[in-house]
Design a protein around this ligand. Structure first.
Ligand SMILES: CC(C)(COP(=O)(O)OP(=O)(O)OC[C@H]1O[C@@H](n2cnc3c(N)ncnc32)[C@H](O)[C@@H]1OP(=O)(O)O)[C@@H](O)C(=O)NCCC(=O)NCCS
Length: 176
């Protein structure tokens, strides 16, 4: 059986990507699941809040997903332990990472690109021997995201209450 190579690669996001990210974060298919209308960010907010140096201080690494030479999505990983602000207070394992991602173009949704993106991100994170487990926390109503994570190997654990509201806690442990 041949395994097709993943057409999606990830590169680190840079400061130069921030205007593009601002455009993406204001697209309605992302706004719907990324904080809602009241969280639509201005360009200045994106330049501050998503600056790679700002994110690094919070244990967050941001990536741009590429399909060949074309940027097609935003992804981020974060160190779960010590997130602060009421997030993940029960976590004791420094090896756990969390992930989030969104495809930039609504016309690409539901065609398998998200699953490939998540697989690429998981593969990248597990190249770090310190990473033991990857978690994600989609909105319980975001059935497309939940299904995407399941297809990428995540296992649904339980519904939890986060500072942003209810979420489905899903995990992928190394070697699964
Ligand atoms: C979440 C996201 C990255 C997933 O990527 P994607 O390319 O759309 O997902 P995929 O096509 O790989 O997989 C989606 C699966 O959900 C299914 N699906 C779609 N809508 C669904 C719904 N309403 N109910 C149940 N399943 C649904 C699809 O049929 C597909 O499953 P299948 O292959 O078994 O048929 C993408 O949809 C996205 O960027 N959405 C907007 C922002 C967002 O929700 N971000 C995630 C925050 S956690």
């Amino acid at each position: 059986m041949s395994i097709e190579p993943n057409p999606i690669t990830l590169r680190l996001m840079t400061e130069d990507d921030l205007p593009m990210l601002h455009d993406w974060l204001n697209r309605s298919h992302i706004v719907e699941w990324w904080g809602g209308d009241e969280a639509r960010p201005t360009l200045d907010e994106v330049k501050t809040d998503y600056h790679p140096q700002t994110l690094a201080k919070e244990g967050v690494t941001a990536y741009i997903a590429m399909l060949g030479e074309v940027p097609i999505g935003y992804a981020q990983s974060y160190i779960v332990l010590g997130s602060g602000d009421g997030w993940w207070e029960d976590e004791t394992d420094p090896g756990v990472r969390g992930i989030d991602q969104s495809l930039a173009d609504a016309s690409m949704l539901g065609k398998g690109f998200g699953t490939k993106l998540v697989r690429a991100l998981v593969e990248l994170l597990f190249t770090d021997p310190q990473v033991s487990k990857i978690q994600t926390d989609p909105d319980p109503n975001n059935l497309r995201a939940i299904r995407c994570y399941e297809k990428a190997g995540f296992v649904r654990q339980k519904t939890i209450t986060t500072p942003d509201g209810p979420a489905v806690y899903m995990v992928l442990t190394k070697f699964e």
